[in-house]
Structure formats: C-alpha cells, structure tokens
Design a protein around this ligand. Sequence first.
Ligand code: ATP
Ligand code: MG
Length: 765
Amino acid sequence: MARGAPYLDELNAEQRAAVETLDGPVLMLAGAGTGKTKALTTRIVHLLNTGRAQPNEILAVTFTNKAAREMKERVARLLGQSVEGMPWLGTFHSICVKLLRRHAELVGLKSNFTILDTDDQLRLLKQLVQAADVDDKRWPARMLAGIIDNWKNRAWLPENLPAAEGSAYDGLGPQLYAQYQTRLKELNAVDFGDLLLHVVTIFQQHEDILAQYQRWFKYVLVDEYQDTNVAQYLWLRLLAGGHKNICCVGDDDQSIYGWRGAEVGNILRFEKDFPGAAVIRLEQNYRSTPHILAAAAGVISGNEKRLGKELWTEAEDGEMVRLIGHWDGEEEARWIGEEAEALQRGTRGMRPISLNSMAILVRASHQMRAFEDRFLTIGMPYRVIGGPRFYERMEIRDAMAYFRLVVSPEDDLAFERVVNTPKRGLGDKAQQKIQVEARSQFLPLHEGAQMLLDAKGLGGKGAVELQRFLDNLRRWQRLEASPEVTHVELAEIILDESGYTGMWQNDKSPEAPGRLENLKELVKALEQFENLQGFLEHVGLIMDNDKDDADEKISIMTLHAAKGLEFPAVFLPGWEDGLFPSQRSMDESGQKGLEEERRLAYVGITRAEELCTISFAGNRRVYGQWQSQMPSRFIDELPEAHVEVLTPPGLYGGGYGAAQTGGRSRLDQAVSDADVYNSPGWKRMQARTAQRPSGQAQESRNIVIEAVAVSSFSVGERVFHQKFGYGDVTAVEGDKLSIAFDKAGTKKVVARFIVSAADADTIPF
Ligand code: ATP
Ligand code: MG
C-alpha cells in the first residue's frame, strides 16, 4: 500500500532509497539543506504506514527539544493524523532519563533520583576539592567539572579511566572523580553526563536488559549524527546491535559540538561497525539559492579535514550574499532593524518577507543585546530562541533593580530583589523584620530597614552589612544627582561597590562568564541615554508595551541553536576576528577550534533560503572603551563572484537605505551634513565606492572592503581616525592598516575608517 503513498512522491531517488531501505544499517551523509531531516521524518512515517513498527517501537533521536517537536509535527502532517504517542522520539538526554528511571537500582540509585544542574554540580565538586586541600585558585573546581564532563562524554568511568588521564587536575582528577560519583549516589542524584553514562553501563552489564530493548526498539533513527559524542555513539551501537536497523543522517561540515566532546570520527566508524551499511549521499540542495550555496562552499573549503561534497540546486540565482561593514555595533543593529522593515514592506525589489521568515544568528549571546534594544525602541516584535530575552535575564534584572533603587528609593520591589543579592546575611527572617517595621510605620523598605537598625532590632553580620548597603545606597543617590560622575560611571560604581559584579567574578559556574559579559553589555546600553532615569523609563515602557501578541516576529538566536533550521532571510552580524571566529575557541583549541568556527560559519550561511546578509563593525565599545575590530577572516574566504558589497549608510553619508530611513552614523551626527558632503574627503570616499570592481576577477578572493576603500593609503602617509586622532601609516595589508597614532599608540584599523590627514582638516569633526 505504501507504493502509492503520496509522501514518497515528494522525494528524490536517493531520499526515496533512504526511506525505503528499511532493514539494516543506513548512513545518509549529505550537505546542508539536502533533505536529510525530511528523509528521516518520512522514514518514520513509512515505518508506521507499512506496519513495520508501532509508534512506541521507534527510537528517534534529535538534538534539541525544538527539533523533536517539529519532527512530531511533520510526522503527523505526513500521516494526516496526530501521532498517538511517540514516547521514544526526543533528545538523547530526555530518552535516557526515561530509561534510567526504570532501571536506576542497577547503578545504585532510586528511581526518583534528582538531576543536578551545573550550579549544584559545581557546589558539590567544590566541597570535595576543599576537603582534598587543593588550592582552588590554581585548580578551580570549574576546571575539574570540565575534565569530568569530558571523561563522561567519552564514557570513561572512574574505574576504567585510561592511565594517560592519571595526571589530570594535578594528579587528583581520577580520585576526585571517584569520590564525586560516590557522593552523587549517596545523594541519589545524577548530573547530565551521568544520564547517558549510567544507561550505557546498565546495557553493558546486563545483557538481558539490553536484549529486551534491542527487541523493543525495532528501528533506530538519528538526526545530526555528526554531533554525537562517544558515549552517545556507544549507546546507539548497543541498542542497534541486534537487528542493526539503524539509520543515521548527518553532515561532517556541520559538526559544531567538538567542544562538548562530539566526534566527527563517529561518521567514519559507522561503516566499520555496521558492515554492509547502505551509504546514501544527497547532493541536491532544496533550501538555498546558488549564490548562498557557493558562498557557503567557499568558506568551508578552507577546512582541511573534510569528506568533501558538492551541492547543486535547481533554484534560480536570486540575490547575491550581501556584505556590509558598519561604524560600530549599534549602527549594525540599527541598519538590520531598518533593513528588516524594508524587506517586510517589499521595498528591496524582492517580494515582501514576513518577520517570521527572518532570523539574526549571532556567535555569542551577548551580541543579542544591541538588537533587542534597537527592536524594542522601534517596536519591532522579536523572539529569542534558546534562552531568555536580554532584559529578562536574571543578572540584568538584578542590576536594573539596583539602578531603580538609586533613582527611586521607595521602589520596594527592587529593594526586595537586591537587599540580599549578593548574600549579606539577610535571610528570610531578617527580611521579614524589615517588612514588618516598614509596614507598621507606613514607610518604604529602605527607611524601615534603617529604623530597624537604629532600634537594634537586628544583630550580627546581617546588621553590619545592611547598614553598609543603606549607606551605599544613599551615596549612590547623591552621586546620581551630582555632575561629578556620568551615569555610566555611576552604573559601574553601583555594580562594583554593591559586590554584584564580584559575586559573578567569584562564581566558577560555566554560566558566570556569560553573565559578566551581559552586565558589560548593559553598561554599554546605558551610554545611549542621558541618565539612569531615562534608561529605566526606556526599558520599563517597552517591556510594559511588549505584549506577546504580535503574529510576526523576527527571530534572534545563536548559531548553535540554529542548527537544522531554515529561514528565507538570514542576518549574520558581528563577523569580526575575535568575535567570530571566537578568540576563546581559537585560544583553547588552535587550528581545530578555528575549523569548528568555520563550520559554524557554514551552518550560519546555509540557514538562508533566499537572502543572506553578513555584516561586521569597525568598532565595538567594551566598558565605555572603543575597541577597533578587524573583519573576520571568514569574510576574506567568501568568493567574490557571489557577494555584493553594500555601501554602509554611515561613513558614506546615507548610501544604502539611509537617505529614506534616517540611519546616521556617529560621523554623520558629528558634522553638518552640507559641509561634509562638499568636502574633498567625502568626495574621495565616494570615488572609492564607485571604484568597486564588477564582474572581473571572479576567482579573486579577499573581496571585502577593497570595494569601498582599499589601500589608496601608503606607508608613511599622514592620516586621521575619528577616535584615535592623527597618525602615520606604518604598514598596509590589503584593507588593513597599521598606524602609529600620535596619542593612541600603534593600532590596526580598517582602511575605510581612515581619511587622509589633509582631507580630515576640511571635515569639521
Ligand atoms: P540541515 O543539514 O540544515 O539539517 P537537511 O539536510 O536536514 O538540512 P531539510 O531540512 O530536511 O534538510 O530540507 C531542507 C529543505 O528542503 C526543507 O524545506 C525541505 O522541505 C526541502 N526539501 C527536502 N527534500 C525535498 C525534495 N525532495 N523536494 C522538495 N523539497 C525538499
Ligand atoms: Mg536537518
């Protein structure tokens, strides 16, 4: 009956083979957008439709809960009816939790075990580290957590750690790992890594149980196979070891979880472990236009270790990948906001595109702030996928509560939020006393607290700390009213003196660095307002107005969270060396790290169906300090023939889109329009813009900003930079110049942010 099934008609011959080869191992190895997930989903439908398996006899693993939900929806749509329970369709973790609850006693746990989050895990490790008298400054517990996670990802129990690991964590690693596992069992708890590890252990030690599941799960399917780690791989191999009905789909070029122990090598081992596997390659891409595919191919070809594959598409050429440089990050956000609106209205010569069809994919979550702020200001609805929105994050709400309290001391909600954050020894009881005192006198909490202290109603450390907190509060209020410090400085003072920043600096949990970065972003956001009050009103109003009822929203997420998804229009901001590729990843893993970053770039570009816009900023502000940025090396790897360089609206005075939308750069704001447009400097920049080579040099790489500026500068030339002032060019490297500035020292900057000193004199900065 399946022969005539309409869902099969939607597939090409190779996909159809993958769907119809039901027995035995199948490996589908193919590039982005070739319909791997589509084939996998159709295979599930086909298994059900042909009666090969009941919904609860199919084990299907995906990487995110969102992907699992989507898969269920697709199955239901193809079947034409809702799927009555597919309990074993989910992520590795969610499936392992279910399995472990059934057999917990076999690894010394009770079935109601708790799953520790990373904070709890770290707290536990800290206790063990302290008990072992380790200097936790040199050997932070967080480091041990990373090492143990790594071992668990490789499915190494304390008793079978390879000898080579013996020196880990100053030689104490193995011993502390064993203690940690014992302690977890005493607490009837597991960490994330244990979920898989325990299940693998159970399967390895209890053949009868393994055999039962091998019979039960008649078919095993795995999406995003390239991101499985060793423990996940073992788990799959054990479960599929009987009937070998396993179908894995993946793309080595999209492996982006090496930092979590994923092994691309698993793909290569598949054929060894499952001899006779049908290996199916898909080459037709159904998602993206040829320009987008070619740009992605150009970037990924920079990686050395690849299986290598060519993609083709029947789609029409469409738009080139667009590249645009901005003066700074705020301007980048402003431009993307305006561009999204323009695309929505259909004023870019394209069909109108819904906001739902647009996504902004960032490398690091702190990049989201600039976009969220901008979108809140212009009232553009957005959703953040895979995390809370910037102003909803805990650390941001805490910091804002401090600011609120300084601006309006009677804000009792803010007082409650921060009076004991960081810990000041003011537990529930002490806080209750403050409440009672304040309420009985009809006073705001801060005054009630002072009365309580004056009346000696509170003692010990709490009393001392509370007094200091109240004194600080008063001083900050005075500073707020005085012209001596700016509100940005005041914000830093508050976060610093309150101990709030310190609290996160001392926190060794994996989330802490991200929270500190978010706090920096918050301070950066303040710079755009006149004072704290203005900023708080801005956030308060927009959060209040932001009812979640808009039908259309633009999505913001990290590149990691975008895996497997697709959008007609994709924005890829922040392509700057250090940000993307991420400096941290290159420092930690060298060439390997760089290759993984490049795969992330490939994932990013291949999310786009019709329009892909890459951007970078020449400057970013970190804690009020300007930092000049170099365009990402990945930009140099984009093949010129497929990229259109857009003129930034800022420096070149309202070029692309700026005239009608009012996008203005700092330079624009700083000068009188008429004067600058008539200046020789402006004319020279325009001339450079016009020089953009078109058509010729198709193969030449290193496109970028040569198009708009290039090195018409030469060594020894006297130049001017808006931020760093005057200086002399000491080296020219493509579009990048080394300049010895008179005041700011030697810096590398992008040519287009530089004007000749002679021209600068005529521009009234
Ligand atoms: P990724 O590597 O990004 O996970 P993928 O290989 O899983 O991509 P899918 O998401 O399954 O690709 O498919 C990409 C797009 O192509 C989807 O919109 C899908 O509906 C469409 N598609 C896949 N196969 C076909 C086909 N045979 N005919 C028409 N459209 C198809
Ligand atoms: Mg997919």
